[in-house]
Ligand binder design. Structure first.
Ligand code: ATR
Length: 268
């Protein structure tokens, strides 16, 4: 579709942002639905955030996807935060309704939608490895769905903070063997991410066919952790699936249409 003055613009901002796959998958979705939207990537530094927000209002940018390192910093510039954003303490999505900017977080939907396609979360015992941003989104998502949470982190203090906020128990990595009892395991650490593809957050022998094993890392496409989980017979979920699901939730907020998820997956 050709861009005109009427074309509705959405974008992803970050620093760096060149490698973001968001334009690819959002534009593929617009094309599939034949709607007059266009999605671009824009590098914005932290010092430029305030001016950038003015530009969003002035130029009627409809939606802004926010990636690292701005997910926390940008919160102060929006007019309203939804419940998920307040609880998680970070946003990845801004919707512009006639100059009113609303911040929300779809990262947690990127975690719970793939899980709920496989099982109900109510009462499930879930182990989260790590205690940074992705862990907060995961902890928020699974606890609002009634799961029981154990958070494992190298720095136990950070696990304790999360457990206090969302409920559940905090554990050290010395206790990692206990993940054998978890029905779902979610890795939110950077262990196993390129270039350290030979690392894995959990020994293979702790994984089994009774588990759903989720890695939020999407480079490489299949981490050593997921490969080994699959070899053990576990049901696996990749970071790519999370990425598409969080984008699909943004797509709905920006356009009002249900995202064509399969098309977006294909584009990825
Ligand atoms: P980010 O870029 O998202 O901040 P990071 O700081 O590399 O990523 O790590 C995020 C998470 O991975 C943290 O929970 C971190 O543990 P700490 O809180 O103890 O720092 C965890 N992590 C990173 N490298 C790790 C490693 N080699 N072993 C165990 N945990 C690790």
């Amino acid at each position: 579709m050709n861009r005109t003055a009427k074309t509705i613009i959405c974008m992803v901002i970050g620093d760096p942002v060149e490698h973001s796959l968001s334009p690819q998958i959002h534009n593929a979705g617009y094309k599939a639905l034949g709607i007059d939207y266009h999605f671009v990537a824009k590098r914005v530094t932290t010092t430029e955030l305030a001016d950038f927000i003015k530009e969003v209002k002035k130029k009627h940018i409809r939606g802004v996807s926010v990636t690292l390192p701005h997910k926390i910093e940008i919160m102060q510039y929006v007019d309203e935060l939804d419940e998920s954003a307040k609880k998680i303490g970070a946003i990845n999505t801004i919707v512009n309704d006639n100059g009113m900017l609303k911040g929300s977080n779809t990262d947690y939907l990127g975690i719970i939608h793939p899980l709920e396609k496989r099982t109900s979360l109510e009462g499930k015992h879930i182990a989260i490895i790590g205690a940074n941003g992705a862990a907060r989104a995961a902890a928020y998502g699974v606890t609002i769905k009634g799961a029981k949470l154990s958070i494992y982190n190298r720095t136990v203090e950070k696990a304790k903070e999360l457990a206090k906020k969302f409920g559940g128990e905090a554990c050290s990595l010395e206790q990692l063997e206990q993940v054998k009892n978890a029905e779902i395991i979610i890795n939110t650490t950077s262990v196993g991410m390129e270039p350290n593809v030979n690392e894995t957050p959990i020994p293979k022998e702790y994984l089994s066919k009774h588990q759903i094993v989720f890695d939020v890392i999407y480079t490489p496409k299949e981490t050593r952790f997921l490969k080994e989980a699959e070899e053990q017979g576990a049901n696996i979920i990749s970071g790519g699936e999370m990425f598409v699901e969080q984008a699909a939730a943004q797509f709905k907020l920006y356009t009002g249409y249900d995202a064509p998820i399969d098309v977006m997956k294909q584009a990825l």
